[in-house]
Write a protein that binds this ligand. Sequence first.
Ligand code: SF4
Length: 481
Amino acid sequence: MPSEPAILCEPPMTITVASSDYTTTTQTPYSELVAKYTTQGPRYTSYPSALQFKQEFTDTNYRQHLDKAGNYAAPLSIYVHIPFCRWLCYYCGCNKIVTKNPNATRQYLDHLAIEIELLSKHICAPRKVSQLHFGGGTPTYLDDAELTELIHLLASHFNFEDSQQREYSIEIDPRTVDDRRLALLRGLGFNRLSFGIQDTDPQVQKAINRVQRTEQIFQLVDAARALRFNSISFNLIYGLPLQSCETLDRSLDDIIALQPDRISLYNYAHLPEHFPPQRAIERHTLPISDEKLAMILLANKRLSEAGYIYIGMDHFVRPTDELARCQKEGRLQRNFQGYSTRLAPDVLGIGVSAISSIGNCYAQNNKDLASYYQKLDAGQLPIDKGLVKTPEDELRAYVIMELACNLGVSAHAFLMKFKHSFWEKFADLLPTLREMQQDGLITISADGIVVSDVGRLMLRNVCMVFDQYLHNGTHSYSKTV
Ligand code: SF4
């Protein structure tokens, strides 16, 4: 904003304070910042977030957008949702179906086949699929024959990229695979694995009803490396029942010894009124907020000492990982699977509850199997809701994604892209941004905004400043810190 350069360009104070392990750019202790900025907010896997999707957006609207974007030459990303799980994890807040019914998967695969056939008619044949992700639920709930069938189905309808650069990943529940199954997945073309670990402590595992032996995880990771999977990710959670700094410290010993390329460390949100499986967790077994704060500090310290870089929004990566390189080069992006390299601009979601991002629209499939099946049986795409981004949404999405991925936004790049002065456009946000600057989360200048190391830990709060849709409350979102 040209009228404010003197204040905006003010250099930040660099004073080492906070917990002994943390450096902030202010006098404010880290624990006070956490108390101040802990709220609920979107994870910004899209902007606007899925809560803004509207049911007025139908199958017909989606087909029009598919036809428009389907002709692009740019590569495509495909997400396939497999909703089934064999066992119920008590912390679960996902859209899943816990069943041991052997017929459930047959019916589901038959409907995926209809959906794939319908979608493929709108996607121009040469468009390469550079990214593929199987998520759930538990994708490895499918048996070998079913996984093979699904991959063949996709490969016969879409143009699979065959270079080494492609990123084909699958979420793994370690209880459902062995070395032989990993070899099958590699043979089917997957080159990335994402393991649901959560915690390696036996008592914590028992309390969340997800018991998986650590020796087995070591064996699977060894097998994955021998099979030359390009990348291994772990999902961990802190704030689980019976977890403490001591148990987490021991679990981190295991995790660091296993050396995954990427680690997602999520904050457990206990919301039994929204997620019925969580009723099985007794509240008194959960760590209190101070313990959770100590846990995240501990995890940050241990992982950074082990060489991991915190790229923001719960994600740690090794410095050699593609995501770290992309962040350095400004090529990181966020989509419904979290952070990703910018290989493909559009995501085609397939399966119950899957979300697509095509051109300037988002579309979400029905979340319940009955409606999903019914629409496909009637020859319709199973769209429940969606939205078309307005020019204002596009502009704010750009700023939020720049902050979330590249830890800053350039006023010049914004001007070049939108032909609008960044600081004139967002003049009303200056008081909030200045306060964040005083707290050491960001530096603001005529050149734009840069997120500090401490600001990375509160990245969602920084992004939320630019979110136009939070006036109706944030109670449906998870905690930001
Ligand atoms: S946490 Fe994952 S594996 Fe466990 S019940 Fe939920 S979706 Fe299934």
